[in-house]
Design a protein around this ligand. Structure first.
Ligand code: LRH
Ligand code: MN
Ligand code: MN
Length: 425
């Protein structure tokens, strides 16, 4: 199924009148307070978030998985689904592949299809956290950190293979997330595990083309429950520094212990020019991979406030790679991703409204009340008409979920694909 611009325009007609009055009201209000509305709308329109190839089917938990009709069965169909999201929003202009879950069988056909949907290939993700059916070595006791030299070499080789596939797709980065760790005290020598990991990452880094970046993701626990070798941003930062200037830390919102101040981590990394990428999701208890903004929207806004400040002020930090890393257990995955995209852009737009000059003055005067007010004034603004303006100007849907439902996308996908199960997670 393909959603053409003409169909979107047709559906937009019904909502344009309401949009105009909502937008006028907000534009007047923001202009009065000194904001450059046109510039903000352009920034929102330019913001692109990668969709991971593993998020397009129903995810499930370790207790069960409930299939969702019309799920993509092969990579080509996953790309088509990202194409649908991009047609509706114009903010999902990239796809991120996980290897070997999604190995392209025909690279040039896949590139052609990506081009037709207006998509590029963002970071490649390697997978050394499971043994594949044809595996020659096991990752049961670790991969890049393993005490077993053969397993380590096998894992390094896999990452090199992912780089090779990524080069063919014109991707420019590799994300490494390691499950490596220990489930019981005494199982691992922490220093040896770290030193093995560092050596392995350096080998992978050395294999990357000059214009590639390495993103090192951290996570405190799961699947190992006693220790994880790359447990926190500090460990990732240290390893990125050891690898070189094209290695960076990647922050996944779900990879923190409860109440961690993630916005401060963002600021710290950007200060040192080492924030490479972001995985968006939301969580209540652990790495829940819930819809972005569904649990802690204010925390998301505070994170975006630091990102916006960092992009503006820390020119030594490269523009970060954005990706949604969510999983959908009971919702239609495409609708869930549309909700995530909306939440990301809302937080971004609110952060763009923060009066940075006034905030600095309040901080210099130690005016705590004013500082809080400045942030909350931005957070409490209903910025959705700005998102609609951005979508309208780029030919996307005023209301993506309503258009998706009106067009009966899921019903069409079910009739086209049946009840096929997605591969991967
Ligand atoms: C690990 C993770 C990592 C993986 C993805 C499937 O929890 O966040 O990014 O590659 O999930
Ligand atoms: Mn992740
Ligand atoms: Mn995760």
């Amino acid at each position: 199924m393909i959603i053409g611009k003409d169909i979107i325009d047709q559906y937009n007609k019904a909502g344009v009148e309401n949009f105009n009055s909502d937008f006028d009201f907000l534009q007047n209000k923001l202009t009065r307070s000194g904001a450059n509305v046109a510039e903000i709308v352009n920034k929102i329109a330019d913001f692109q978030v990668a969709i991971p190839s593993w998020a397009l089917g129903a995810g499930g938990t370790r207790f069960g998985r409930f299939s969702y009709g019309g799920e993509p069965a092969v990579l080509e169909q996953k790309l088509d689904d990202v194409g649908l999201l991009h047609a509706l929003t114009h903010s999902a202009g990239a796809v991120s592949l996980h290897i070997p879950w999604d190995i392209p069988s025909d690279v040039s056909a896949l590139k052609e299809s990506a081009k037709s949907h207006g998509l590029v290939f963002d970071a490649m993700n390697s997978n050394t956290f499971q043994d594949q059916p044809d595996a020659k070595k096991s990752y049961k006791f670790g991969s890049l950190n393993s005490v077993n030299e053969d397993s380590r070499a096998y894992a390094v080789e896999h990452n090199k293979e992912v780089i090779r596939i990524g080069k063919e797709l014109d991707s420019k980065s590799l994300t490494v997330w390691l499950a490596d760790g220990a489930s019981f005290p005494g199982q691992l020598n922490f220093q040896t595990a770290l030193s093995n990991t560092e050596k392995s990452l350096k080998e992978i880094y050395a294999d990357m083309p000059e214009d590639w970046k390495l993103f090192i993701e951290y996570k405190p626990y799961e699947p190992n429950f006693y220790s994880t070798t790359i447990q926190d941003w500090g460990t990732s930062f240290m390893l990125a520094n050891a690898c070189g200037e094209r290695a960076f830390t990647l922050v996944d919102l779900g990879h923190h212990l409860p109440n961690t101040n993630i916005e401060q981590i963002v600021a710290t990394l950007m200060y040192k020019g080492k924030l490479g990428g972001f995985h968006f999701n939301d969580s209540k208890y652990g790495d829940d991979d819930l819809t972005v903004g569904s649990i802690k929207p204010y925390a998301l806004f505070l994170i975006f406030n630091e990102l916006v400040y960092g992009i503006e002020n820390n020119k030594n930090n490269p523009y970060p790679a954005w990706m949604i890393d969510a999983s959908h257990n009971i919702k239609d995955p495409l609708e869930d991703l549309l909700q995530s995209l909306e939440a990301i852009l809302i937080a971004y737009a609110q952060a763009l409204l923060v009066d940075q000059k006034a905030l600095k003055t309040a901080q210099l005067n130690n005016d705590v009340v004013a500082a809080q007010d400045i942030l909350q004034n931005a957070y409490r603004t209903d910025v959705r008409p700005l998102l609609q303006a951005a979508r309208l100007q780029s030919g996307a849907a005023l209301d993506p979920i309503a258009t998706y439902r009106n067009l009966k996308v899921r019903e069409t996908l079910i009739s086209e694909r049946g009840w096929a199960k997605a591969t991967g997670l």
